[in-house]
Design a protein around this ligand. Sequence first.
Ligand code: P6P
Length: 327
Amino acid sequence: MESSRIALPIGTALDRFIKNNQEQFQYASGELSQLLRDIALASKVVNREVNKAGLIDIMGAMGTQNTAGDQQQKLDVLANIRFTRALTKGGEACAVISEESETYVDLNNDGKYVIAIDPLDGSSNIDVNVSIGTIFSIYRRKSPIGKSISEADILQKGEEQVAAGYILYGSSTMLVFTTGFGVNGFTYEPSLGEYVLSHPHMEMPKDGKIYSINEGSANSFSDPVKKYIQYCKDNNYTARYIGSLVADFHRNLLKGGIYIYPATAKDPKGKLRLMYECNALAFIAEQAGGRGTDGKGRILEIQPTALHQRTPFYVGSESMVTKAESF
Ligand code: P6P
């Protein structure tokens, strides 16, 4: 459904963008847009902590406390607290599935949405000042409002997502999300404390020459994966692997490319998590004209059976993922 929305100019603030596109937000009674605002707000707090991370170490080394004076927490724990607190206060979410919590967190029986989130993926990269990210999926609950949460609310297929996005804490901090009507990118302007539209209607190039995979595990790759990697080399593709999923995905979204985390000896089902990593990025990839598969079928069609289940992940430019599957 192409809504009769006007193309908003670069620089439009996130709030204005959400208001102008209200009709895109399914069940447009304002909760979903409020949910996105809650997530954006929490990301601004996490962004501030991430940017201070190195500094806190230095301050710690100098014997000074960080501003809050509290014991420096691992940033992914801190990020999980921030996002869960924002979602709790916002009141729109009935449950949160988080990489940081073994079971789902029951928030508010009157909430209409379930959030799956990786609060800070790749946080080990902070110590070496490499970009990291937050990944989130938003589902509508299946059970009646006011009732307690059921498994049907929690284990939904990726194609049930009503929105998904990521925040990339990089040389600049960006929020990229979709509500099922294309993908839009917003850049954080710290002096304003605002996300502003910088990448309207993002489209992933249909083809590309960048492949992202950890070739350190190559000995345990399946033959088809080995053959595809060889195909990339024979065609002089560029290898780019940052080791931070959101950063690798974002580059491929802008320039074209494929990211692969296949089954390996160490991770026979793949390393990445279906619920709060692969579903969100596969939804964004498809909305931007790319593809996301587990090597055989669409990620979004996988019926989850466990909160933290892993899956092999092939995501990126349409013809590159199709080519990889053909091996
Ligand atoms: P490996 C980070 O731990 C992460 O979850 C992703 O961000 C990243 O792409 C991948 O794992 C890196 O894993 O096994 O290549 O170090």
